[in-house]
Every structure is written in structure tokens, then in C-alpha cells.
Design a protein around this ligand. Structure first.
Ligand code: ADP
Length: 398
């Protein structure tokens, strides 16, 4: 089945067309800088020799991107027949435990979660509404970043704050990157040769955003991100865990507004804030090698915090078959994996340094020694394929 997968940000629309039978993408592209003076796009397909680049009229938004996208898919060169559309939706609150057809009730439920993800959910909704308009005959399916984490029990999802804040306002841990954690969990079970429902692992998704999750017998039981994607690990520009008292101090003693604090913690912190110059692990590794102490310290804090969180998640599991690394950093940065694993030998993970150096580059690979009680595995994530598969499954069951 050919599924169009759409991922809308506030100023971008990413898409791919996935053939679920082969798992390959037949077309992909990005519309960027939407709403600005010069929105641009790049469209690619294995069916055409070269990528197409172009611009949209100034201030064009998601709706105009879908015009161009629909024309591209229907063009003589591609003639791609799409059977359903799968939309990435960031926050599904407690409404969605799995993928869902986006009827009016589902759209209303996504809208009701917008205050929990003000940067993401409104853009996701725009994408769904535009897509309904352009492809009125196709099933439109929402796949939620939070859904995989809905198996987490109250003792893991409740914060130690007054209980009515959860009861009346839904303030709890939700977790994100669900499609990635779910995808690599299924891949890990396959690689380990175990049934999914008997596979217990820790997954570390390390991209620009970073989160780790504890999976017991195939179901998520804890994760590092919380009510929002700001909690947990050190990320590219997000702080992850800090003392909540810092927020009051920044406001009361330094006179920062709530908006300024929000921007500081979401956009100016993490690797970027610590190093003072980059959120990008490649640049930081290069600068570290050239002697930058700020880069060395930023990376050291990143891996130390990662190891600490993984050890914490291990305490929530009764057994752990493997630790999985994924995301741009997890898949490509052998040093991050080695430095993290050097702190985790007591969890029964013995790294195979040569396998670690050779791993990644788009391939799955076990990077622990053969006799390591808990394995370490690098698994390239594929959130689009996960969204396509979930969409196909839902549409197939209708
Ligand atoms: P996103 O969360 O935006 O999807 P990615 O999963 O692409 O992000 O991850 C981006 C991060 O991966 C950046 O910090 C980038 O430097 C890092 N990364 C990508 N390739 C490499 C590489 N070859 N070596 C080290 N880090 C890498």
C-alpha cells in the first residue's frame, strides 16, 4: 500500500510516500520557511533522475505546499497512487493510545491538547485539515508521538505535585518520540530473535531532541520526556532536567519574562547553551578534537547525563535484554556510544570497540561483545515507515 506520510511543523511540511510492502520511500520532500517572504521546497523521487527545487509565493503556508505536493505526486513522471495519508501528531494527551482516523471527534481531541504542545499541535492540525481538503477520498490517519507511552503506569507518569493538577488539568508525564521508540523496539526484538512481548530493552533516541525509554515485554513503562519535550536528557538546544527553582530565580531575581525563560530553556540551552556556539554534535566533536574546552565539557555533560538516565531507567525494568541507540547522534556518533557505555559496564553491557566504530551508517549492528549479558545495538530509526505501517494497519482493519 502506498501511504503519504506528512509531518507538519509551524513553518515546514515534510513528506514521504512509503510503499509498505517494501518499506521503501518512493518520494520525499520538504517545504521550508512557510509563512516567510521566500518559502522554498525540494521534491525527490526514485522515479525521477533529479530533485526538483522551487519557491512558493511569499507568505504561502501549508495549504499551498499541499497544492504543489498533490501536483507532484499526480505528475506524468510519478503518477503515484496514494491509498491513505498518515499524519504525525505530536501530542495526543490521554485521548489516543494508538493511531486513529481523523474524524471530527478526533480533530477536536487533538485541538484540546494544543495547550500542551502549542508549537506542534496547531501545525499538525493545519496539515490534516489541508490534506482532507486536497485528498477528500483518502483515509486520514493521525499517529501520535505520545501514544506508545500510554502504557506507562501512574507511578511513573505522575509528578509529585498536588494530585488535582493531574485530575483537573492532565498534568503528567506523556513522553514523545513514540514512533521512533516503537520502531526500534520491534527491530530490536527481530535482531535478538525474541517475540516482541518477551523483549525488554532501553531505547535511546538521540537526535536534536533526545529521549530514552524503558520497554518491558514490548510495552513502554517509563520515559525521560514529560508533559512537554523539554524534560529529561540534555538535547541540542533544550535544557532537559533542571531544578524547577531556576525558573523562579530567573523570573524574580533576574527579571526575565516567562517567554524569555521559555526561549532560553527550549532554544538556547542544551549542547548549544553549554558550548556557546553549536547544537550540532558533529561540530562539537570537531571542536573538541581541536581543543575547545567548551565543546569537550558540553559533550561530557551530554554523555554523563545520558548514562545517568539510562541507569535510572534500568532500575524500572525487571530485566534488560539490550540498550538501543538511535537518532542522528545515536546512529552516527561512535564516541557518544563508547563514552556512555564506559559508564554502564555495571549494568552488564560490555562494548565491542571495533563493532562500535564500524556500526551505524544506515545499518543495524550489535556493538556489544558476544558474552555481554545485556546487548548494545545501533538501529537506524524510521519514524516515517512506522507511521505508514500504523496507517496501513488501521485502514486495513476498517
Ligand atoms: P532530528 O531530531 O532533527 O531528526 P537527527 O536525528 O537528524 O535530528 O540528529 C541530529 C544530530 O545528529 C545532530 O546533533 C548531528 O550533529 C548528529 N549527527 C548526524 N550525523 C552525525 C555524525 N556522522 N556524527 C556525529 N553526529 C552526527
Amino acid at each position: 500500500m502506498n501511504i503519504l506520510v506528512i509531518n507538519c511543523g509551524s513553518s515546514s511540511l515534510k513528506f514521504s510516500v512509503i510503499d509498505t510492502q517494501t518499506g521503501k520511500d518512493l518520494a520525499r520532500g520538504l517545504f521550508d520557511k512557510l509563512g516567510s517572504a521566500a518559502p522554498s521546497y525540494k521534491l525527490e523521487s526514485s522515479l525521477i533522475p533529479e530533485a526538483k527545487y522551487g519557491t512558493l509565493p511569499s507568505n504561502s503556508e501549508h495549504e499551498a505546499s499541499l497544492d504543489t505536493l498533490a501536483d507532484f505526486l499526480a505528475s506524468d513522471e510519478l503518477q503515484l497512487k496514494i491509498e491513505a495519508v498518515g499524519h504525525r501528531v505530536v501530542h495526543g494527551g490521554e485521548h489516543f493510545t494508538s493511531a486513529c482516523l481523523m474524524d471530527q471527534a478526533a480533530l477536536d481531541a487533538v485541538k484540546s491538547c494544543s495547550s500542551l504542545a502549542p508549537l506542534h499541535n496547531p501545525a499538525n492540525l493545519l496539515g490534516i485539515e489541508s490534506s482532507k481538503h486536497h485528498f477528500p477520498d483518502l483515509p486520514q490517519v493521525g499517529v501520535f508521538d505520545t501514544a506508545f507511552h500510554q502504557t506507562i503506569a501512574p507511578e511513573a507518569y505522575l509528578y509529585s505535585i498536588p494530585i488535582e493538577l493531574y485530575v483537573k488539568h492532565g498534568i503528567r508525564r506523556y513522553g514523545f518520540h513514540g514512533s521512533s521508540h516503537k520502531y526500534v523496539t520491534a527491530e530490536a526484538a527481530r535482531i535478538l530473535g525474541k517475540p516482541l512481548e518477551k523483549t525488554s530493552i532501553i531505547t535511546a533516541h538521540l537526535g536534536n531532541g533526545c529521549s530514552a525509554a524503558a520497554i518491558e515485554n514490548g510495552a513502554c513503562i517509563d520515559t525521560t520526556m514529560g508533559l512537554t519535550p523539554l524534560e529529561g536528557l540534555v538535547m541540542g538546544t533544550r535544557s532537559g532536567d533542571i531544578d524547577p527553582g531556576i525558573i523562579f530565580h530567573l523570573h524574580r531575581s533576574l527579571g526575565m519574562s516567562i517567554e524569555e525563560i521559555d526561549t532560553t530553556l527550549n532554544k538556547k540551552s542544551g549542547l548549544f547553551g553549554l558550548s556557546g556556539f553549536s547544537n550540532d554534535m558533529r561540530s562539537l566533536r570537531q571542536a573538541s578534537a581541536e581543543g575547545s574546552e567548551a565543546a569537550q565539557r558540553a559533550v561530557a555533560i551530554f554523555t554523563r547525563r545520558l548514562a545517568k538516565s539510562i541507569a535510572g531507567l534500568r532500575a524500572t525494568l525487571t530485566k534488560c535484554d539490550a540498550l538501543v541507540f538511535t537518532g542522528g547522534i545515536g546512529e552516527n556518533d561512535a564516541k557518544t556510544r563508547a563514552e556512555t557505555l564506559a559508564r554502564l559496564e555495571h549494568l552488564g553491557i560490555k562494548i565491542d570497540s571495533e563493532a562500535n566504530s564500524n556500526a551505524g551508517k544506515g545499518r543495524n549492528g550489535i556493538i556489544s561483545q558476544e558474552n555481554s549479558p545485556t546487548k548494545a545495538i545501533v538501529i537506524p530509526t524510521n519514524e516515517e515507515l512506522m507511521i505508514a505501517r500504523e496507517t496501513e494497519q488501521l485502514v486495513g482493519n476498517q
